[in-house]
Design a protein around this ligand. Structure first.
Ligand code: FEO
Length: 178
């Protein structure tokens, strides 16, 4: 069982995760447009991960017998001045998502909702990686700069593959029976 207030807050986060996917598919399209297929691949995988984040929240609310109420998804920015700019915006965005997750965790603690706390611990851990990845890429971009260095980074980012996280079953999650 999940409270209405918590189901609503998680629903807002589902919308934010879907916005994240939308943002990253836009970044992927930007990278494709300038011929950096590896960067485009990295952002495409990032989009797939965001869909999993949204799905995991969705399945949880459904299984807990809560109501999933979806909001509108804003148009993401597609104006980037460079690959570095896209990764800077990625890091900024992920820091915002971390703050959202922390806010949800505070709400779960306040409501003494242990099950949601356990769920959110997965996201807390995930956000460490979500911030670390663009930070590391930005460091490399700062070191390598443009030109040949950028092509080396592009080749590295081409290797990223999407893997469904352990413990997450992607598929229809039936609602709890009342
Ligand atoms: Fe779903 Fe990138 O956080």
């Amino acid at each position: 069982m999940i409270g209405d207030k918590m189901a609503k807050s998680i629903s807002q986060q589902i919308t934010r995760e879907l916005y994240s996917a939308y943002l990253y598919v836009g970044m992927s399209a930007y990278a494709d447009g300038i011929g950096l297929k590896g960067v485009a691949n990295w952002f495409f995988v990032q989009m797939q991960e965001e869909m999993v984040h949204a799905y995991k929240f969705y399945a949880y609310v459904n299984q807990q017998g809560g109501k999933v109420s979806l909001g509108g998804i804003d148009k993401p920015t597609q104006d980037f001045t460079s690959v570095k700019d896209a990764f800077k915006k990625t890091l900024e965005h992920e820091r915002t998502v971390t703050a959202n997750i922390n806010q949800l965790m505070a709400q779960a603690k306040e409501e003494k909702d242990a099950a949601t706390e356990i769920l959110l611990q997965w996201y807390v851990t995930e956000q460490i990686e979500e911030e670390a990845n663009p930070t590391e890429i930005l460091q490399k971009l700062n070191l390598a700069g443009e030109g040949n260095g950028l092509f080396l980074i592009d080749a590295e980012l081409a290797k990223r593959t999407f893997v469904v996280p352990a413990g997450v079953q992607v598929g229809y999650a039936p609602a709890a029976v009342a």
